[in-house]
Design a binder for this molecule. Structure first.
Ligand code: SAH
Length: 219
């Protein structure tokens, strides 16, 4: 760990996991361990380090946000990631969610449309030695066809509908989580592909920034 991940931040993360995540019913031990391990504060500007382990999202610039820790845990648990899975994330943002996924998966492919955010996240991944994260700048609403199919897909921006293009990049047995709704509030939806087709379950209400792109909202 880096010098900036001192004891006090380790303690805050333990607290965050106990009070915000375990307390709300998240049980997957691998997810809990990843959330205790990844130094969330290093993914936001230093001015926000005091607040970053709080029970809320935070601004990361360019009108975007890093999700609330509990939402990250809920979405990650729902994806049911195994150590040899290849996972696609749409909306790199700060890079925090991708780092959590990288603790659990074989490889993470993450797409961000805002160039500055994509570049900053790549730098954090290199610094923290997340060599199993592959980054790309572009419209992730179309997925990443060259690397498809994926064992799991996570969309971390609110979509108007579940894109068929994204679903088609999911393996048999694959899982996808995506917030779907209007521009101001969404439902977190889980989709699973099996021999009979696609099965959808609604998880919880949520509020994400907009997915902007060809299979999302207009800019
Ligand atoms: N997973 C992020 C949360 C990011 S907020 C984290 O852990 O910090 C959602 C992100 O999705 C924003 O950075 C936004 O720029 C990005 N985004 C929106 N539409 C997109 C698209 N079509 N393709 C890729 N990224 C997109």
């Amino acid at each position: 760990m880096t010098d900036s991940d001192d004891e006090s931040y380790t303690g805050r993360r333990k607290d965050m996991v106990a009070r915000q995540i375990v307390a709300r019913g998240i049980t997957d031990p691998r997810v809990l361990a990843a959330m205790e391990k990844v130094p969330r504060h290093l993914f936001v500007s230093e001015a926000l380090w005091d607040q970053v382990y709080g029970d809320h999202p935070l601004p990361i610039g360019h009108g975007q946000t890093i999700s609330q820790p509990y939402i990250v845990a809920e979405m990650t648990q729902a994806l049911d990631v195994s150590p040899d899975d290849r996972v696609l994330e749409i909306g790199t943002g700060s890079g925090y969610q991708a780092a959590i996924l990288a603790e659990l998966a074989y490889r993470v492919y993450t797409v961000e449309r805002v160039r500055e955010l994509a570049i900053a996240a790549r730098a954090f991944f290199d610094e923290l030695r997340y060599h199993n994260i592959v980054t790309r700048c572009g419209d992730g609403s179309l997925g990443w066809p060259e690397e498809a199919p994926f064992d799991a897909i996570m969309v971390t921006a609110g979509a108007p509908y579940v894109s068929k293009k994204l679903l088609s990049q999911l393996k048999m047995g694959g899982r996808m989580v995506i917030p779907v709704g209007d521009k101001h509030s969404q439902t977190l939806v889980k989709l699973v592909r099996d021999e009979d087709g696609i099965h959808q379950t609604d998880m919880l209400g949520c509020r994400f920034v907009n997915l902007v792109g060809e299979e999302g909202w207009e800019a």
